[in-house]
Ligand binder design. Structure first.
Ligand SMILES: Nc1ncnc2c1ncn2[C@@H]1O[C@H](COP(=O)(O)OP(=O)(O)OP(=O)(O)O)[C@@H](O)[C@H]1O
Ligand SMILES: [Mg+2]
Length: 252
């Protein structure tokens, strides 16, 4: 299953979710491929110590039959990564002149999808050509949302874009509440209201705001490796289980 983690908003927990889902599935003995679509390369730095030779830009621009060349293995036995580097910014420019430019990632992943139980794509916080590629490739869009005023701004635009890109009315998406803070219940109430029409798509798991996640990110590690018995590790463990229970059909 290909899960694309996306939201046009920055800093809502996309990368934290991508890193910890990938690690959580791998920890459950499932083969996982993490694809970093963000030139900031935060997810990449969690799993690779050295600058990779080839990155997701090569993965997208090469012929699909050559895609495997851009996959790097990590220290986590079940987890491989298609890393991002700063060069990815150029890739989006190069892509704009190519035919079928929105489908290139999907075609590259097609070659690898039977080698992995889960493929997880971490998107940059913008609706550009890279995010378009990731949205088209997805079996499931996972949208992290942080409670607060304006929390779901952009959500309608995102789903509308996904419908158009995928030529599909019923886009498979789920919303994940991240960085939930008990102490700010007033803003949470506002959030509940706005979320109304997306309520059916809301995952039961809530990722609480926790120092464990913040510290793990600063250390560049999945929370499970950083602090096994912590709020953050528990929350992402729940999320892995919930996603495994979802019945989402693979597209290919
Ligand atoms: N549940 C959490 N509790 C506390 N801090 C968190 C939590 N989730 C993420 N953070 C922190 O919030 C910041 C943004 O998180 P993250 O990088 O995952 O967001 P993002 O959506 O990928 O951002 P960007 O749009 O820049 O790619 C980071 O400093 C991270 O450590
Ligand atoms: Mg990110």
């Amino acid at each position: 299953m290909i899960i694309t983690i996306t939201n046009t908003k920055g800093g809502v927990g996309k990368t934290t979710t991508a890193v910890n889902l990938a690690n959580g599935f791998a920890d459950r003995d499932r083969r996982v491929l993490l694809v970093d679509m963000d030139p900031q390369a935060h997810a990449t730095r969690c799993f690779l110590k050295e600058e990779p030779e080839r990155d997701v830009g090569d993965f997208i621009m090469d012929r699909p039959s050559l895609a495997a060349r851009s996959v790097s293995s990590t220290e986590q036995p079940n987890l491989d990564i298609v890393p991002a580097t700063a060069n990815l910014t150029e890739t989006s420019e190069l892509l704009s002149t190519r035919i079928r430019r929105e489908e290139r990632l999907s075609r590259a992943l097609e070659v690898l999808r039977f080698d992995y139980r889960h493929i997880i794509l971490d998107c940059p916080p913008a609706l550009g050509i890279l995010a378009y590629n990731a949205i088209i490739a997805a079996d499931l869009l996972l949208v992290p949302v942080q409670p607060g005023v304006g929390a779901v701004t952009g959500l309608d635009t995102l789903i509308k874009a996904a419908r158009e890109l995928r030529d599909q009315d019923n886009v498979p998406y789920r919303i994940l509440i991240t960085m939930f803070d008990m102490r700010t219940s007033r803003t949470n109430a506002i959030f509940e209201e706005i979320l109304d029409e997306h309520r059916r798509r809301l995952l039961k798991t809530i990722i609480f705001k926790s120092e464990s996640l913040n510290q793990a990110n600063l250390a560049g590690k999945p929370v499970l490796e950083f602090m096994q018995n912590s709020r953050g590790a528990y929350d992402y463990d729940e999320l892995c289980d919930e996603i495994l229970r979802l019945r989402i059909r693979s597209r290919g």
